[in-house]
Design a protein around this ligand. Structure first.
Ligand code: ACO
Length: 422
């Protein structure tokens, strides 16, 4: 029997019955009851803002799938560029499609010289790389006037490919600027992750260890999409006004910058550094439990209430990386924190488990990335997720400009008081 929900407006006695599909019913039920009736839902806790066929997430069961494919299989067998194709097109590419797509991406990694010479070089020497990246992404759009042509599929595809291809270049450019190092031009003969590592680290005869190249690719896969998270919602909200994809992606990256979202990996490493030793773990957790506002960074998730499957895969990747780089000294503190927290009633009762950011920072640090670069490393692969959602949004006939309502709690109408009477 089909599931339905019946809502009655006690003020009028009017009743509306609508279907429930996969635990969701349409808000049109509320509109039907009374067009001036609204749902108060801060932070969209109970709101499904769109239909999406991109990523499936079951927070209770700890399941994450891209276009139906389990994240564990993609992390073990695929590459970031193949996953990017999958997210954007809905199906895995055949060999010819993958070869064409890879060729297109690697041949669009270069960035206009003015971006570097006049824009990135204009930042203050100690600018945060994520701040630089957010503004550079928006600035990049000004180099492509066809970016405004969002109704044209050819133009959309071109901007998507450009953004994916140029994100590692922008990221490495911002990093090297902050160190005062000369820019390393992309090398189209390298794989996507190897090209990024090369642009970041190349000095003299730099050679990329294939195990680190693979680890980077796995991290890119794991961060590629995560349905309607804060950054993706920003992408969709800005995209709904028909802004160009560079501006919308810059807004998404700005959302990612926050410490409650992608900035958490940076906060997690800073937290581990401050804790300083395994002996200090109990006192730190006591502080978290005290409710004075200290949070265990890299723990907890709005949707995952059992475990974050990405955290499990990232922990495995961490050990692969440490085999090459040597163990990150913060690992022992992290393991002790995890073990103690997972057995602690506060964390059990609040359903708090390690999320994707708990171990990713340790890997980035072992790879040599400074803490300030961590969110940049998240933004590079998440760009494809943002763009897949942007594409889906534009094709969705149900969507209109995002424009929620509010519950006004300010003063009633009152007369202006002249300065002399105040
Ligand atoms: N440490 C301690 N307590 C926590 C934590 C944490 N990391 N996370 C949540 N809680 C507690 C809250 O204090 C609250 O307790 P209360 O009900 O007793 O007041 C309860 O759990 C619910 O917390 P909310 O903030 O309401 O949960 P929400 O779903 O809104 O937040 C979030 C999710 C932001 C991820 C939160 O768990 C958090 O701040 N975690 C730390 C930051 C972090 O790791 N962010 C990365 C998330 S993954 C990503 O964005 C890629």
């Amino acid at each position: 029997m089909a599931e339905t929900i019946t809502i009655t407006d006690d003020r009028t006695g009017k009743t509306v019955t609508v279907p429930i599909t996969d635990g969701i019913f349409p808000a049109t039920a509320v509109r039907e009851l009374d067009p001036n009736l609204f749902i108060y839902d801060p932070a969209f806790m109970q709101t499904a803002s769109c239909k999406s066929a991109i990523t499936y997430l079951d927070g209770e069961a700890g399941v994450l799938r891209y276009r139906g494919y389990p994240i564990e299989q993609l992390a073990a067998k695929s590459t970031y560029l193949e996953v990017a194709y999958l997210l954007l097109n809905g199906e895995l590419p055949n060999p010819q499609q993958l070869s064409t797509w890879t060729d297109e991406v690697v041949h669009h990694t270069f960035i206009h010289e003015n971006m570097r010479k006049r824009f990135v070089d204009g930042f203050h020497y100690d600018a945060h790389p994520m701040g630089m990246l957010v503004s550079s992404m928006a600035a990049l759009g000004t180099f492509y006037n066809d970016a405004k042509d969002i109704d044209d599929k050819g133009s959309r595809d071109k901007q998507i490919m450009r953004l994916i291809a140029k994100m590692p270049t922008l990221a490495a450019m911002c990093y090297r600027f902050s160190l005062g190092l000369p820019f390393v031009y992309p090398d189209n003969n390298l794989s996507f992750p190897a090209n990024f590592l090369n642009m970041m680290w190349k000095v003299g005869d730099y050679e990329i260890d294939p195990r680190l190249e693979r680890a980077m690719d796995v991290l890119f896969i794991l961060h590629a999409d995560h349905e309607q998270n804060c950054g993706t919602t920003a992408m969709r909200v800005v995209g709904s006004s028909h802004a160009d994809p560079y501006s919308a992606a810059a807004a998404a990256a700005a959302a990612l910058y926050g410490p409650a979202h992608g900035g958490a990996n940076e906060s997690a490493v800073r937290m581990l550094t401050e804790i300083g030793s395994m002996d200090n773990v109990p006192a730190f957790l006591e502080e978290v439990r005290s409710g004075r506002g200290t949070r265990l960074m890299g723990f907890g998730h709005r949707v995952y209430k059992n475990f974050d499957p990405r955290a499990t895969l990232i922990k495995q990747t961490a050990y692969d990386v440490f085999e090459v780089t040597g163990k990150n000294p913060l690992l022992d503190i992290a393991l002790k924190l995890e073990e103690t927290a997972l057995a602690d009633p506060y964390f059990i009762d609040h359903k708090l488990y390690p999320n994707v950011d708990f171990y990713s920072g340790l890997i980035y640090q072992a790879l040599g990335f400074p803490v300030a670069m961590f969110t940049v490393l998240f933004a590079i692969p998440r760009t494809v997720g943002w763009l897949a959602h942007w594409q889906e949004l534009l094709a969705d006939k149900d969507q209109r400009i995002s424009r929620p309502r509010q519950m006004y709690v300010g003063p009633d109408a009152r007369d202006y008081v002249p300065m002399t009477a105040r």
